[in-house]
Design a protein around this ligand. Structure first.
Ligand SMILES: C[S@@+](CC[C@H](N)C(=O)[O-])C[C@H]1O[C@@H](n2cnc3c(N)ncnc32)[C@H](O)[C@@H]1O
Length: 156
């Protein structure tokens, strides 16, 4: 059973957007880094908050399942600062621990000390994808189809 942060996570200026989460020590592929914590809220509440966050240009909402979201805006630990990449070095995994819904963040690759952490936000049908995400997806598509689009959120 995992709870809380296992690895030391540092807060720093991101390569792609605002603040980012960085791993302090090297970590092996598949290792558990820590938990994405926050308030457990319904999708209806997330919808309301999402509109406000969208206007502010940031969101700490994380879709847990078809019923619940985790909002790390007011609560949460440094893992809430991990940014999106379509080529991520981490991945989230939903777990049901001791009767509670939890999200663990795991290393997708071997991580070097000081590496910025990214996971794929995978916007679902319950969340309207923000403009920056759609723009990046479009750029990636155009790159894959031979265009000149650049993947902005490239992992170091
Ligand atoms: C969970 S926060 C991540 C931490 C955030 N960078 C900060 O400074 O607080 C998610 C927000 O970060 C920004 N973000 C995350 N990944 C991004 C990316 N690849 N490109 C542009 N903005 C991104 C968006 O504003 C998003 O709503």
């Amino acid at each position: 059973m995992f709870l809380g942060i296992k690895q030391k996570i540092l807060l720093g200026k991101s390569e792609v957007a605002g603040w980012g989460a960085f791993i302090k020590n090297p970590v092996k592929k598949g290792e558990y880094l820590g938990e994405y914590t926050g308030e457990l809220i319904s999708h209806a509440e997330a919808e309301k908050r999402g509109k406000l966050y969208e206007r502010a240009g940031f969101s700490y909402l994380f879709d847990l399942d078809d019923k619940y979201c985790i909002d790390a805006y007011r609560m949460g630990n440094k893992l809430k600062f991990a940014n999106h990449s379509s080529e991520p070095n981490c991945y989230p995994k939903g777990m049901f621990v001791g009767g509670d819904h939890r999200i663990g963040i795991f290393a997708k690759d071997n991580l070097k000390a000081g590496e910025e952490l990214f996971y794929d936000y995978h916007y679902t049908k319950y969340q309207k994808a923000p403009k920056w995400f759609l723009d990046q997806s479009k750029k990636k598509e155009s790159k894959n189809s031979g265009g000149k689009g650049r993947v902005v959120s490239k992992v170091k």
